[in-house]
Structures are given as structure tokens and as C-alpha cells.
Design a protein around this ligand. Structure first.
Ligand code: ATP
Ligand code: MG
Length: 654
């Protein structure tokens, strides 16, 4: 089967950075030249922006692919880089975290205060017997202690596994057992959607009743008081953060660890199947997280107020809340709750309150803001914003334009950043002071990163064609493996293009005539209709461009005549639902897609639904919709935000 993906939509709008923006931008055109001339030297320069207790002499060791080592004989301490060195440089009074609780309580934490807290917690960890290489599970709300916990674990050379606070006791248990965690750091509860969502009870449940399952490895649980909810207490095992941390010594000297010391395990979102436990290490990861945060987000640490809305339970929260911004000495907003609590203008209220200059969020959030309408953000002063970012899914041109006009005041450049849990940091993005941006395209590989689009055999498809996205050279923040499963690591990412030594990302992509990259959705989701390979992204974009549609997901379902047929699930804006019949809407949408992109893409079925199945990080799980469309039993739903959604959708289809 050909891997060519038929390209159906056209987009001709272009936005160049303003001369003022370009003049003071952190990322410049010279970076591309430097990296092209000497890739490893380029990354060595970026690594030297960090503090190395022991400098490295070798940059990359790729003698045993696909197992890379970066800066391997160098030694550093990740937490020292994010904290102490700023304090030692006289920046102890700079605010690191502008924390906003969901109920409206707030707290500013300086670099000095955060360093003090992390040092004390590091002493507690050592007293509890946590050593280099031990695993610690973190299951917390978005509060400053969550960031402190990650850094304290890193400081003592241990490995964290952050589990999203919205996950069930079962998911937590699986992750604790998979990592063999010795310690869990949690809170009694945190605020979500206007009420306290309990966490400690889920930890108790995850640690209880082991039955015939794996033996319990957890020795202690540290608990932050946040929700004030009633919890049970195990005197032998549980410790209150407020008892042990303030009582611990504030003196803690950061020890140096090898660059390849494991830093964290983190599970992928589970969009395409069972989540994979991705392993990242220290020196290369921190180098690329910090570098990309500077050049892609155009971070001027002295003046910017940065806000990345990701939860620390996702890789975006690791690289662009905790590690990148703190390594760069940034001041950032950390928000505990959901963007629609207690009202739909909450995000804009926070931007106005703190004067946020850089705002980084996901297309799913942007589409939900669009659904509510531009009159909501219009009530707030968003003029401080000078850069917008998007991550997690392809951003439809329609949503991109709305983001630019309504949130960015038609002036802030938008960076659409493509990357994965596995890549550790941004790989494809515009540089906001250099690149002329195009709505819907993630555009170009960053300096020092080698990306290509190839066919099934690994041959370059060339400009104007679609195929499979690959990374052709190792990169500093690349995953070092799947925890406990080296075979799955090789199979999943490296076997397909073993001959060429390429990393296979699992995403379809297209190169346009300018050589810009367009992400076309998961390769697993590409549809084959009468021999035409169609991308989910393009048909969804066309559906969302219709005035009645708030959101859309498209899948290929088996079809007797065409092989596969396009089946669309759409959420209609309330005002349209009130005024039109569902059948009429479905017919107009089928026709609309036919007009926008051609008859071949016209959906066989359009189902109007109230919700779409999404991961907790907001990605659409098309594989579950395909199960429904083909009448199969629905697959793994453990990372679904709302597991009831699937039965509602199935019922609607009957
Ligand atoms: P799993 O691997 O378990 O199926 P996942 O791939 O959703 O889950 P993540 O690592 O969180 O887990 O997501 C990475 C994926 O998100 C990418 O492979 C890509 O499909 C999508 N993605 C991220 N950013 C972008 C972007 N800017 N444009 C298009 N797609 C993106
Ligand atoms: Mg993936």
C-alpha cells in the first residue's frame, strides 16, 4: 500500500513576524546555520548554557543504536540548574511561580523560597532512604509543592513518575507497580471544577489489597494538605508534608550525577493504545527542554510572564512548566484548576491579573473557547500577550485564525509545536522571530533537529507529497527507552526504518512546496477510501470550518464498496442545534465537506454527538470511535477523561 496521503485542503495565508518582534527575538536565523554546519557542536553549545559540575568531553555516543548517550562523561544536578544557580546569581527574589488556586487563593513563590523548600524536601527524601535511581511516584494537584517534589526527587538523583491527579486508583496502582516506586508524594485533595477532588484516598486504594498482584514496593507516603478533605491515616507509612518539610534542614548540597542518570518515567497519553512508560535522562533532556523554551517561546526571563497551561502529569508539564522555564529562570503562572471554573473567562482573567506575555495551550482548549464565543475574552485586557503557542494535536486553520485574532490581538506570533512524550522537547516549530507562519502547519524542524517525510520504504517523498514522519538523527532529549521493556522500545520506534536508522514517530505528514511540514494525524488513523489515502486532520478541519460545528472527529470504518468509508462525529454549536434538525445538519455537513475538499472525502455518515472521547490531556481518541463505527467492543479506555462518554456515544448511534 502506498504511504502517500492525498492532500485536499489548501491554505495560502502567511504571517511574517513584525520587525520589532524579529529584532529582539531570542531565536535567530544564525542558529539554523550554526546547527547545519556542526550539529553536535551546536548542541554542545546549548548544553554549556547549563551548569556542569563536571564538563563533558564527548557530545553524542551513537555506537549502539538505538541506545544513544549524550554528554555521557559530564556530570550535573538538574535541580541545581533549575534553582541554586539562579539564587547564586543574585536572583533569589525573582518570582518563579505565580500560583493561582482554583478557588482564587494565590501565592507567589520566589526562586529563593522554592530552593529552600526543595533542599528541605531533599533532606527528607534522604532520611526516608531514597537514593540515586530509586523511583518516586508523584500524584498531585497543580500546586507549587508538585513542582518542588519533582525537583527534590531530581536533586537526590532519584527518578520520578508523575501520575496525573485525575487518574483513577487503578491507573495509579499500575504505574506505581510498573516503576517499583518506594515513595508516593501526594495531597489530601485538590480543587477541580469547583470542588475538592480527593487524591489520598486513591493512593490508599492503590496501595491496599495487593492480593495476588505484585508485592508492594512503597514504604512511605508524603501528603500535602490542600483540599482539607477527610482522609485516613496510616501512622507507620504516612507523613504530612507540613510536619516533615519545615522541620528538615535547609542545607543541602546538590551532588553531581552523570548526564545519563535517569530523571523520569512518564506514560504517553494512550491515544493510540496502551500507554508506554517513557524513560528520560538528565543532561540531554534538560539541554533541549531549556533551549526550546528559550527560542520557541521567545523567553526573555527578566521581563516575561509565561504561562503553559499543561498539567505536570503530561510531558508538556514536565518540559514547559517544571524543567525548561525553571532552568531558564523564568517567572511563570501555575494554575490549579480547570479553565471554565468558576466561569468561562477564568483563563483571560488570569492573563489580565498577572500580565501574561507568553501563553501556551492545546487546540482542544482553543476550540472550547471558540465554542463559548469571542464575547468572553473580549471582556478582559489581553494586551500583554506577545506570543501564543499550541501543542498536542494539529491545530485547524480555523482555530489558528481565531486564536490569532481574538487572543493574540492580530499581532502575537503563533508557534504550533510538534513533539511527543518520546521526544522530550519540541522538535518541529516556527521560530517566532524568523519564520513566516502558516495557519495549520507546524512548519520546520528546529535547529539541530533532523526530520523528514518518507514513504513505506524510507525514501524521501519530497516537496508537495505526504508520507510518514521520521526523525533521522538522534537528538539530546530523545527517550532512552520504555521502562522495563527494551524490546517494545526497539519494535515501536526503530524497527520500521531499521535500515536507515530512523525514528518512526507514528504520525502522517506532508511537505508543502516550501518544504514546510503539515501534520496529518496518526498513521493508524489514516483512511483508505477507494484507494485514496485520506487524513483525519484535513476532513476534521473542513468540518470545523463550517459555522455550525464546534468540534469534529473523523474515522475510517470498513465499507463493502469503498474498502473504508469516512465516518464523522461532530459536536454542533447549541444555537444551530436549536434552529435546525439533526438530519438536516448532517446532510449539509456531508455536502459541505464534498464542496470544500472533494467528493471522495464526503462522509458516509455524520453522527451528531454531545461529546467526543478525549484523553485527559484533551486528545481525541479516534480508535474508540472506530471501534464504535465498526460495531466492535471498545478498547483500552484507562486514559479517557470521562469513561461514560463511550456508552453515551454508542447509545446515540443505535
Ligand atoms: P500514545 O502514544 O499512547 O498513543 P499520544 O501519542 O497521544 O499517546 P503524546 O506523547 O502525549 O501521546 O502525544 C504525542 C502526539 O501528539 C504526537 O505523536 C502527535 O500525534 C500529536 N501532536 C502533538 N503536538 C502536535 C502538533 N503540534 N501538531 C500535530 N500533532 C501533534
Ligand atoms: Mg504517541
Amino acid at each position: 500500500m502506498s504511504s502517500q496521503i492525498d492532500h485536499l485542503l489548501t491554505e495560502t495565508r502567511r504571517f511574517a513576524p513584525s520587525p520589532e518582534f524579529a529584532a529582539s527575538a531570542v531565536g535567530t536565523a544564525e542558529l539554523y546555520e550554526r546547527a547545519a554546519a556542526d550539529r553536535e557542536g551546536f548542541w554542545a553549545d546549548q548544553a554549556r548554557e547549563l551548569h556542569w559540575h563536571k564538563p563533558f568531553s564527548q557530545v553524542l555516543d551513537w555506537s549502539n543504536p538505538p541506545f544513544a548517550e549524550w554528554f555521557a562523561d559530564g556530570e550535573l544536578n538538574v535541580a541545581y540548574n533549575c534553582l541554586d544557580r539562579h539564587v547564586e546569581a543574585g536572583l533569589g527574589d525573582r518570582v518563579a511561580l505565580l500560583w493561582e488556586g482554583e478557588p482564587g487563593d494565590d501565592r507567589a513563590v520566589t526562586y529563593g523560597e522554592l530552593t529552600d523548600e526543595v533542599k528541605r524536601l531533599a533532606n527528607v527524601l534522604t532520611e526516608l532512604g531514597i537514593e540515586q535511581g530509586d523511583r518516586v511516584a508523584i500524584y498531585m494537584p497543580m500546586i507549587p509543592e508538585a513542582v518542588a517534589a519533582m525537583l527534590a526527587v531530581a536533586r537526590v538523583g532519584a527518578v520520578h513518575s508523575v501520575v496525573f491527579g485525575g487518574f483513577s486508583a487503578d491507573s495509579l496502582r499500575t504505574r506505581i507497580d510498573d516503576a517499583g516506586a518506594k515513595l508516593v508524594i501526594t495531597a489530601d485533595g485538590g480543587y477541580r471544577k469547583g470542588k475538592v477532588s480527593p487524591l489520598k484516598p486513591a493512593v490508599d486504594q492503590a496501595l491496599a489489597d495487593r492480593g495476588a498482584g505484585p508485592q508492594l514496593t512503597v514504604e512511605h507516603v508524603i501528603v500535602v494538605r490542600r483540599g482539607g478533605n477527610d482522609i485516613e491515616w496510616n501512622d507507620e507509612r504516612d507523613l504530612w508534608w507540613h510536619d516533615v518539610v519545615p522541620a528538615a534542614s535547609p542545607d543541602h548540597e546538590a551532588q553531581a550525577f552523570p548526564a545519563e542518570n535517569p530523571l523520569f518515567i512518564l506514560y504517553t497519553s494512550g491515544t493510540t493504545g496502551k500507554p508506554k512508560g517513557i524513560l528520560h535522562t538528565s543532561g540531554g533532556y534538560l539541554t533541549q527542554a531549556a533551549f526550546t523554551n528559550r527560542v520557541v517561546h521567545d523567553l526573555h526571563a527578566e521581563t516575561d510572564v509565561y504561562w503553559c497551561t499543561a498539567d505536570i502529569g503530561w510531558v508538556t508539564g514536565h518540559s514547559y512548566v517544571t524543567y525548561g522555564p525553571l532552568a531558564n529562570g523564568a517567572t511563570q503562572v501555575l494554575y490549579e484548576g480547570t479553565p471554565d471554573t468558576p466561569h468561562s473567562g477564568r483563563s483571560w482573567e488570569i492573563i489580565q491579573k498577572y500580565g501574561v506575555t507568553i501563553y501556551y495551550t492545546a487546540p482542544t482548549a482553543i476550540r472550547s473557547f471558540m465554542k463559548v464565543g469571542r464575547q468572553v475574552p473580549a471582556q478582559y485586557d489581553l494586551s500583554s500577550i506577545r506570543l501564543l503557542g499550541s501543542v498536542g494535536e494539529p491545530i485547524n486553520p480555523e482555530a489558528w485564525m481565531w486564536y490569532r485574532k481574538v487572543i493574540g490581538g492580530k499581532k502575537a506570533p503563533i508557534v504550533d509545536t510538534w513533539w511527543q512524550t518520546e521526544t522530550g522537547a519540541i522538535m518541529i516549530s516556527a521560530l517566532p522571530g524568523v519564520t513566516e507562519t502558516k495557519p495549520g502547519s507546524a512548519q520546520v524542524a528546529l535547529p539541530g533537529i533532523s526530520i523528514d517525510v518518507v514513504d513505506e520504504e524510507g525514501n524521501r517523498v519530497g516537496e508537495g507529497n505526504g508520507g510518514l514522519l521520521v526523525i533521522t538523527e538522534p537528538w539530546p532529549s530523545m527517550l532512552r527507552g520504555i521502562w522495563g521493556d527494551p524490546d517494545r522500545f526497539v519494535e515501536t520506534y526503530w524497527e520500521k526504518f531499521q535500515k536507515q536508522g530512523y525514528y518512526f514517530a507514528g504520525d502522517g505528514a506532508r511537505l508543502d512546496d516550501d518544504g514546510d511540514i503539515w501534520l496529518m494525524g496518526r498513521v493508524d488513523d489514516v483512511m483508505n477510501v477507494s484507494g485514496h489515502r485520506l487524513s483525519t486532520t484535513e476532513i476534521e478541519s473542513a468540518l470545523v470550518a463550517h459555522e455550525s460545528t464546534a468540534e469534529a472527529a473523523v474515522v475510517g470504518a470498513s465499507d463493502e464498496t469503498t474498502g473504508q468509508a469516512v465516518v464523522a462525529f461532530v459536536i454542533i454549536k447549541q444555537s444551530y442545534l436549536d434552529a435546525h434538525s439533526p438530519d438536516g445538519l448532517a446532510t449539509s455537513l456531508r455536502q459541505w465537506v464534498g464542496e470544500q475538499i472533494g467528493p471522495i472525502a464526503r462522509p458516509r455518515d455524520v453522527y451528531i454527538v454531545g461529546e467526543l472521547p478525549k484523553t485527559r490531556s484533551g486528545k481525541i481518541m479516534r480508535r474508540l470511535l472506530r471501534d464504535v463505527a465498526e460495531g466492535r467492543e471498545v478498547g483500552d479506555t484507562t486514559t479517557l477523561a470521562d469513561t461514560a462518554v463511550m456508552s453515551v456515544i454508542s447509545a446515540q448511534l443505535k
